[in-house]
Structure formats: structure tokens, C-alpha cells
Design a protein. Structure first.
Length: 279
């Protein structure tokens, strides 16, 4: 994710990186391997809770809708994406600021933030709630449809591949379905993510460039053309497949295990695995 953010927000007039691989090489060379993990504290603090919230809201919304249809899958996923923005936005703000801190420096000469929590505290002290929720609207616009496509794609893929619990290849099928779901969800709203990253990075170094979402879109397009909205896409997709493959497969297998006839001893779920919420 560090590669993604740096590629998305770098100055087009003085670009530091030519692409994903060059960005990776540069970070290793200039900042050591630890440079790749800047801002990791923020996702680690909230990722488990966010995943629990997302899958819980999606499952309960689908049950409330009463019928498992593609449209309801999309609605349930969108509801989950919208609700988790409250946690996701501040978490990603801290992650972005931490990742951009000391860019190109092997040893930080100036360290504004000690860690992700310190970053949020200092932003709050300086800018209040408005500051720690910077980029909330763009995050909402990104996450709501993205999670709708996320769960809809997983449902369609598992049905298409025939993910039967007795199938000896069920785990690879679940991994593949989850990976494809992650890729589709990112592709569906990636341009908005670029804008979100730029808005959250805006003001670093004391210079503010954008007055809002539309202003950021207009200026970014004017300066860099339509390609600006695909900045960092390669690194994002390379990360999206394994991360979401593991996430969906883990959740699905866990639910199979918990809902088996033996409850905790043997995995004997129903006839088919459709999606996590209906197991």
C-alpha cells in the first residue's frame, strides 16, 4: 500500500518514481526495507475490527432483506462499506501521512509523527474532528459501491465455480473467488481512491492545493491527464488478489466450521457455499 499511495500523490512536475517496480527499488534503496512498512500501525489497529464490522453488517443486512439475490448482495455489501467509513477514513488518513513522512530519507531528519495514533492526535489538536475526517466524502463514495461489487462478485464466483463443501478443491476455489472479488472491487472505484489519497495527503509540508473533491479532480486531470486516475493501480491489484483471497477464504471456512452439525468438532456444512453471510 505504501507504493500505491506514493505513486498516487507524487508531483507530476518532479516525479520521484517511474512506476511500481522503480518505486519499490527506490524505497528499499533510500529508506531500507522498513520504508515499505511505514504506516502499518494504523491498519493493524483497525483491520480486525473493520473486517468484523463489514462481514457482520453485510450478513445482517442480507438477512433483513429476506432474500439472497444479486441485487440484495450488492445492497448488503454497500451498506457494510458505507458504515465502516467512520473507522476506515481516519485510519487511512494516518496511514497516508505516515507513509509520506520522510520520503526518500534513509534516516528521518524530521519526524512529525511517532506512530499512527500520535499522528491522529496531532491532526486532531491542530484541525479538530474535521481534520481527522479529511477525505470522508471521497472515502464514502469509494467504499459504498466498492463493497457492493466485492460481495456480489464473490457470490457470483462461488456459485459459478460450484463451491461444494465436499469438493476437495473447495479451498483453492474460495481463494480464487476472493482474489477476483478484491480486484473487481478496486477496479470499480479506483479513480476515487486516487482523489481520496490526494486529499488526505494535501497539506503535508504546509501547502494546500485542493479545495475539495471536484477541485482535486479538475486540477489533477488538467495537470496530468486521464492517466492520473490509474496511478498506483498495478501495485494495488498485485496486493488485492492475495489479501482478499485470504480474507474471504478464512471467513468462509471459519463460518463452515462454526455452523457444522458437530458445532466445533467436524466440518459438515450444508450442500453449497454461496457466500459468507448465508452459511
Amino acid at each position: 500500500n505504501s507504493l500505491q499511495v506514493r505513486l498516487q500523490v507524487q508531483n507530476v512536475e518532479k516525479p520521484l518514481y517511474r512506476g511500481t517496480f522503480h518505486c519499490f527499488q527506490s524505497i528499499i534503496k533510500q529508506e531500507s526495507a522498513f520504508g515499505l512498512y511505514k504506516g502499518i500501525g494504523s491498519p493493524m489497529m483497525g483491520l480486525t475490527f473493520i473486517n468484523a464490522l463489514v462481514f457482520g453488517v453485510q450478513g445482517n443486512t442480507l438477512r433483513a432483506l429476506g432474500k439472497d439475490t444479486p441485487l440484495n448482495q450488492f445492497i448488503a455489501g454497500s451498506a457494510a462499506g458505507a458504515i465502516q467509513c467512520v473507522i476506515c477514513c481516519p485510519m487511512e488518513l494516518a496511514k497516508t501521512r505516515m507513509q509520506l513522512q520522510g520520503t526518500g530519507e534513509y534516516k528521518l531528519k524530521t519526524k512529525n509523527y511517532k506512530n499512527s495514533l500520535d499522528c491522529l492526535i496531532k491532526i486532531y489538536q491542530k484541525e479538530g474532528l474535521r481534520g481527522i475526517n479529511r477525505g470522508m466524502v471521497s472515502t464514502f463514495i469509494r467504499e459504498t459501491p466498492s463493497f457492493g461489487f466485492y460481495f456480489l462478485t464473490y457470490d457470483c464466483m462461488t456459485r459459478y465455480l460450484g463451491c461444494e463443501a465436499e469438493d476437495s478443491f473447495v479451498i483453492p476455489k474460495l481463494l480464487f473467488s476472493g482474489g477476483i472479488s478484491g480486484i473487481v472491487s478496486w477496479l470499480s472505484t479506483y479513480p476515487v481512491d486516487v482523489i481520496k489519497s490526494r486529499l488526505q495527503a494535501d497539506g503535508v509540508g504546509g501547502v494546500t492545493q485542493y479545495n475539495g473533491i471536484l477541485d482535486c479532480m479538475r486540477k489533477s486531470y488538467h495537470d496530468e491527464g486521464w492517466r492520473v486516475f490509474t496511478r498506483g493501480l498495478t501495485s494495488t491489484l498485485l496486493r488485492a488478489f492475495p489479501v482478499n483471497a485470504a480474507t474471504f477464504a478464512t471467513v468462509t471456512v471459519f463460518l463452515m466450521y462454526m455452523r457444522s452439525d458437530d458445532n466445533l468438532r467436524e466440518c459438515k456444512p450444508g450442500p453449497a457455499i454461496q457466500q459468507p453471510s448465508s452459511l
